[in-house]
Design a protein around this ligand. Structure first.
Ligand code: ZN
Length: 310
């Protein structure tokens, strides 16, 4: 494992320790054994410890010890492999009216382009659902990147240009999607630094991550097995995986170092999906779509921000 000597968002060396335990001591040890099952290799964590700190400057909560590249490969390639099996694929006509399809139409409205003229990038795309939803609402050009080769292949087969980041031309992208990505990154500032130059003059970068709500109360209870979204859940600081736990303030402090600022979203842009000739949304997608401005602003479980050049 590797140690972080400063805040990975703002660079400050001034932090407060919130929680500390060796990985090999209960309740953490018991949780990790159950969570990772037969693939777990505790010896790979032996030189590290589970230490959570909160940056006194930007409020980012971060894990002090993070996986090195060897551990990342084992963690995401082997330990989690059984839970990362290719999920059931939705029909593409449903994707057009899904949450992701609605979001792409909103993007088109805000950057004032037709969907077919958008140039998109999905960074950490997983199986490429977001890109497929974009294609389903008319987008012609979308780049996507994921660490896993099998996901890159799957995305390419569905019409996404699966590509390494350094091959994406600078200054060309209208919108970069990062959905549930920045909480995992060992060097989030470094990744943002390599993504930002890809944006065109009016380009937008989205960061959507789990949010910490009354984290100190939850850490005092230390119920590592509490289910995601439950009252005592520690999902937002899950050991080894969610190595950064963001607030709006910490995202904006990181963004500021690169000259990026928050981009607001006009209320009416949320409803760009209404009246499009893409079929009628499923009732749950319609209801969620109608409530989304409120969810994006007030969700207790997720933080959703758009950034642009200042
Ligand atoms: Zn900080």
């Amino acid at each position: 494992m590797e140690i972080r000597q400063s805040c990975p968002a703002c660079g400050s060396r001034n932090a407060l320790k919130l929680y500390s335990s060796p990985f090999s001591v209960d309740p953490l040890d018991r949780h990790l054994k159950v969570y990772y099952g037969e693939h777990y290799q505790p010896e790979m964590l032996a030189n590290g410890s589970f230490i959570l700190e909160r940056c006194n400057s930007c409020t980012l909560v971060f894990q002090k010890w993070v996986p090195n590249s060897e551990l990342l490969n084992s963690l995401y390639g082997k330990w989690l492999s059984s839970s990362q099996l290719r999920p059931e694929l939705p029909a593409d006509h449903k994707l057009a009216t899904s949450r992701d399809g609605q979001e792409v139409l909103m993007i088109a409205s805000v950057v004032q382009k037709r969907p077919e003229d958008l140039q998109l990038l999905d960074y950490g795309m997983g199986w490429g659902y977001w890109g497929r939803a974009a294609i389903a609402v008319g987008v012609k050009s979308i780049f996507g990147f994921d660490l896993a080769a099998e996901r890159m292949e799957e995305a390419a087969a569905k019409g996404i240009t699966a590509i390494e980041l350094d091959q994406v031309p600078n200054g060309t992208i209208d919108f970069i999607n990062t959905e549930q990505v920045f909480e995992h990154l060992v060097d989030p500032f470094g990744v943002l630094q390599s993504l930002a130059p890809k944006l065109n003059v009016n380009g937008i970068l989205k960061i959507s991550v789990p949010k910490a709500n009354d984290l100190q109360r939850r850490l005092a209870i230390a119920d590592w097995d509490a289910p995601k979204y439950s009252k005592n859940s520690l999902h937002s600081v899950h050991p080894l995986e969610h190595v950064n736990c963001w607030s709006a303030r910490s995202v904006l402090a990181m963004a500021k170092r690169l000259g990026l600022v928050e981009q607001s979203r006009p209320f009416q842009s949320y409803y760009s999906f209404i009246g499009k000739n893409l079929g009628f949304p499923a009732p749950k997608d319609l209801l969620k779509g109608l409530a989304r401005p409120i969810y994006h602003r007030y969700s207790r479980n997720n933080l959703y921000l758009w950034l642009r050049r200042g």
